[in-house]
Design a protein around this ligand. Structure first.
Ligand code: TXA
Ligand code: MG
Length: 325
């Protein structure tokens, strides 16, 4: 793998320069930072898998900078799909559609469906309009690790492996896009996100079924362990095993501190109980705790309502890390 002296900056021309050469650039989106390369260039796409150490069976989302561009990459005469694009793009919704031959198989892991999204971030939209090709971009973290919501997160884990990080500040939403698709039996949500089931059902007047059964992996966000810190993470009232009795404990909670003596750090995501704020700060908090001197993280579950449901899903996956004792 090529080594780089990774730079962070807001220079869209520089980002375009590297992408035009077939190199990778980390890009800001409203959800999380993406590790982007030319989606139509197999070599660039292979670099994404290599840098991320991502298995080739895990397909990539393709990002477009213009509402009409999806027609180059996918075929659909589905009025519902069009309606979803019109209502939610640019924004945190990814649509699975029948792919066109233009999209290399390596992008979709051999599937005949491609995942498309128009992100809502001014720098990345300008960049996409400048380069004239779509960008394949998974979240810019090593496979299975916590998603990045700030340029510093990308630098810590992918620094030296890519030439440039386009600095678009802190991601506003903070959780990955909602992924939806239509099958013979109707609409499904493969990964929950900010665009909720209620919003989708209201938009189409049709039911959406949550389909995150890890037995037939449609989207690896569906894998049991994902978005996970390296430190073991336990949720809420789970009894800490005795082996942790003398361990240094850090805590993460929604509104009120967890009643655990000497926890350090003890992070509260939103003292006012605002789930949007908690979502925006969630991954950054996990990064901070994972970088702290604590041995183990204890997190409280979120209220099972609205974005809290999505946060609990991510938290559960973060807690399924393999080194847990
Ligand atoms: O918010 C987001 O979606 C972010 C930003 C960067 O856009 N991206 C992101 O990408 O979360 P990633 O690769 O970390 O997660 C994308 C998910 C994966 O679980 C992948 O399996 C699924 O989308 N996916 C992509 N293409 C697919 C396809 N053709 N069929 C089924 N699932 C697909
Ligand atoms: Mg990811």
């Amino acid at each position: 793998m090529q080594a780089f002296n990774t730079a962070i900056g807001q220079d869209i021309d520089k980002a375009a320069y590297y992408l035009n050469r077939g190199d990778l650039v980390a890009i800001p989106t409203e959800t999380v930072y993406g590790l982007a390369g030319n989606a139509l260039d197999e070599k660039a796409v292979s670099k994404i898998f290599e840098v991320k150490q991502r298995p080739y069976f895990d397909p990539l989302i393709v990002h477009i900078g213009d509402m009409t561009r999806w027609q180059d990459l996918a075929k659909s005469d589905d009025a519902d799909a069009l309606k979803l694009m019109q209502l939610f793009w640019p924004g945190p919704l990814t649509l699975l559609l029948q792919k066109s031959p233009l999209v290399p198989d390596v992008v979709t892991a051999g599937s005949d469906k491609v995942a498309l999204r128009m992100p809502n971030h001014p720098l990345t939209l300008t960049l996409l309009q400048k380069i004239k090709f779509p960008l394949a971009a998974p979240s810019a973290n090593p496979f299975g690790y916590i998603s990045p919501t700030m340029p510093e997160h990308v630098m810590q884990h992918l620094g030296g492996k890519i030439p440039y990080i386009l600095d678009g500040g802190v991601c506003e939403v903070g959780l990955e896009s909602t992924i939806v698709g239509k099958e013979h039996d109707g609409w499904h949500i493969y990964r929950p996100g900010k665009i909720s089931r209620q919003m989708l059902e209201d938009a189409l007047g049709k039911p959406f079924t949550l389909k995150t059964n890890p037995m037939h992996i449609v989207a690896p966000g569906q894998l049991k362990s994902h978005y996970a810190p390296r430190k073991p993470l336990y949720i809420g009232k789970e009894q800490l095993p005795l082996s942790w009795q003398n361990a240094k404990v850090a805590t993460l909670s929604f509104e009120k501190p967890l009643p655990i003596a000497n926890a350090n750090p003890s992070l509260i995501l939103s003292p006012t109980g605002n789930l949007d704020e908690a979502a925006a700060k969630f991954y950054a908090a996990l990064h901070l705790l994972d970088n702290s001197s604590a041995d183990v993280i204890i997190a409280s579950p979120f209220p099972e309502t609205g974005l809290g449901v999505v946060l609990n899903e991510r938290l559960k996956k973060a807690s399924n890390n393999t080194h847990k004792q």
